[in-house]
Write a protein that binds this ligand. Structure first.
Ligand SMILES: *Cc1c(COP(=O)(O)O)cnc(C)c1O
Length: 389
């Protein structure tokens, strides 16, 4: 698991630095008091540098990142935004909050957006696509990007759960037009709550930057209280405290990824000789974060048994099969807008996704994994298959 496991004195030192330099917790102004200490601006700069993006904007959460990204597109009333059936509720919530019409596609065996189903669901009203790199694995992003390009649709990558994952050497989130990231407490790196958005297009960036700050254009010719504006906005500004933690956590990202990948390998090595078992597949030339290891069983009953045995042996699972109701659109009847766009048949709208997800068991990967964990997982599998040693 993630960045929070590596929190130590480094983060508190960076926070202390704020208080030793005037204690200014707001990203703007107070120039005379802050001794040139600007944590949010620095975090944005560091992030842009690491991810090789031109424009980065820090916000208060991964959900806010999606909302602000959509604000930069100036959606109008009947515009549709397509995302995938397996994601966190936040992706669809952000579309609804933006007054877009949410539509979900099936997933393919990456457990992310199925490009074939995307192609079927695109129509004249489609304004944007939000592909999600769920649980650290890249979607079939090159196919999806090609489709969006051809149809002239904006591509947003919800990389909340894929911070540090790669596709063909590029960081996930930097391949489409806009990428959003989350630093909540369960993600690869954390600021408690927080998010980041990267943009290819300056126009999107400028609009988002103003919109996340009540429309403030940060016009250098006037003081902030007389600032120019051209639309209303909202407040999704990150605080200096969050950013101080983020600056340090970002430096730890490589270590988090190294440990997760190493520990996932240790588990897989231990269990891969067991028959009828495979791992969730990922596109060639992509590099997952291994935030979790998703084991794919041949049948749903085996997945259920495996989970029971894991829990008996003191190991939790993550999202799959538990917490499906929060991560699979089949169960989101409470989102009226989504239900309506799927003709009130959400429950039967994603048969392919359901079949795939029902065979999956997701094992969380800890950076500080105990030595005996791979053996316990193996034991749970052997019991599941009733294999005697
Ligand atoms: C975590 C997550 C979000 C929301 O991020 P928060 O920072 O918790 O608001 C959005 N989408 C996906 C896929 C996520 O996993």
């Amino acid at each position: 698991m993630p960045g929070f496991e590596l929190i130590n004195k480094d983060e508190s030192k960076e926070i202390k630095d704020i208080f030793e330099n005037g204690g200014i917790l707001f990203r703007h102004g107070f120039e005379k008091l802050r001794n040139n200490t600007y944590k949010v601006s620095k975090f944005e700069k560091d992030f842009a540098k690491k991810f090789l993006s031109r424009y980065a904007l820090a916000v208060t959460s991964g959900t806010a990142a999606l909302r602000v990204a959509l604000a930069s597109l100036n959606l109008s009333k009947d515009d549709e935004v397509i995302t995938q059936s397996f994601t966190f509720v936040a992706t669809v919530e952000a579309i609804i909050e933006s007054r877009g019409i949410p539509v979900c596609t099936e997933i393919d065996n990456t457990l992310n957006m199925d490009p074939d189903d995307l192609l079927k669901k695109i129509n004249k009203k489609t304004k944007a696509v939000i592909v999600v790199h769920m649980l650290g694995v890249s979607a079939n992003i090159s196919k999806i990007k090609k489709i969006c390009k051809k149809k002239r649709i904006i591509l947003i990558e919800d990389t909340a759960w894929g911070v540090g994952g790669k596709y063909k050497g590029n960081f996930l989130g930097t391949i489409g037009d806009i990428g959003t990231f989350s630093f909540d407490f369960a993600k690869s790196i954390t600021t408690g709550e927080g998010g980041m958005i990267v943009f290819k297009n300056k126009k999107h960036y400028m609009k988002a930057k103003a919109w996340h700050d009540h429309g403030h254009e940060n016009n250098p010719k006037v003081p902030r209280w007389e600032d120019t504006r051209s639309s209303s906005g909202f407040n999704f500004r990150m605080t200096e405290l969050q950013a101080a933690v983020g600056i340090v956590q970002l430096k730890k990202l490589n270590r988090v990824l190294f440990l997760q990948r190493k520990n996932a390998q240790l588990i897989w090595k231990k269990i891969k000789s067991i028959p009828d078992l495979s791992l969730r597949s990922f596109p060639p030339q992509s590099l997952p974060t291994y935030d979790s290891l998703i084991v794919v069983m041949k049948r749903p009953d085996l997945a259920k048994k495996f989970r029971v045995n894991l829990i008996k042996n003191g190991i939790n699972t993550k999202i799959l099969p538990e917490a499906m109701t929060w991560h699979f659109a089949k169960y989101w009847k409470h989102m009226k807008e989504l239900s309506t766009s799927h003709k009130n048949k959400l429950h039967s709208s994603f048969p392919k996704s359901e079949k795939l997800l029902n065979n999956c068991v997701s094992i969380p990967i800890s950076c500080k994994m105990k030595k005996n964990i791979p053996e316990i997982i193996k034991k749970s599998l052997l019991t599941t298959f009733k294999i005697k040693r």
